[in-house]
Design a protein around this ligand. Structure first.
Ligand SMILES: [Zn+2]
Length: 112
């Protein structure tokens, strides 16, 4: 149930026009009230859009990071196999073996 309070005429706090408020706590005339309501709706729509775009940006950045780091790198399993095969322990600590494993470890760390 809504109560109707006949109140005195007052000046709209936005446009300054005299109006008769329907409720005692109203500070805006009806046209200004409607304008403000539409503006608030538009603001909500913009907030939702900003939030959606932010989420899309996060996903896009994540996907870009995934694809731009070593796109031609072998998959995880193959990398692990290569590291095992080239491990310096199996190659009497040869320099080529150390260098190759370091490079492969770098690739593996980029993919994480
Ligand atoms: Zn007004």
């Amino acid at each position: 149930m809504t109560y109707y309070y006949p109140t005195r005429r007052r000046y709209c706090s936005h446009c300054g026009q005299l109006f008769t408020p329907k409720y005692a706590n109203l500070k805006l005339c009806y046209p200004c009230y409607v304008k403000r309501d539409k503006a608030l709706d538009a603001y909500d729509v913009l907030l939702a859009e900003v939030s959606s775009l932010r989420r899309q940006l996060i996903v896009a950045n994540r996907n870009q990071r995934r694809t731009t780091t070593a796109p031609d790198a072998p998959d995880k399993q193959t990398l692990r196999w290569m590291i095992q095969q080239l491990h310096p322990d199996k190659h009497t600590n040869a320099d080529y073996s150390t260098a190759a494993v370091q490079w492969l470890n770098g690739l593996r760390n980029q993919r994480r």
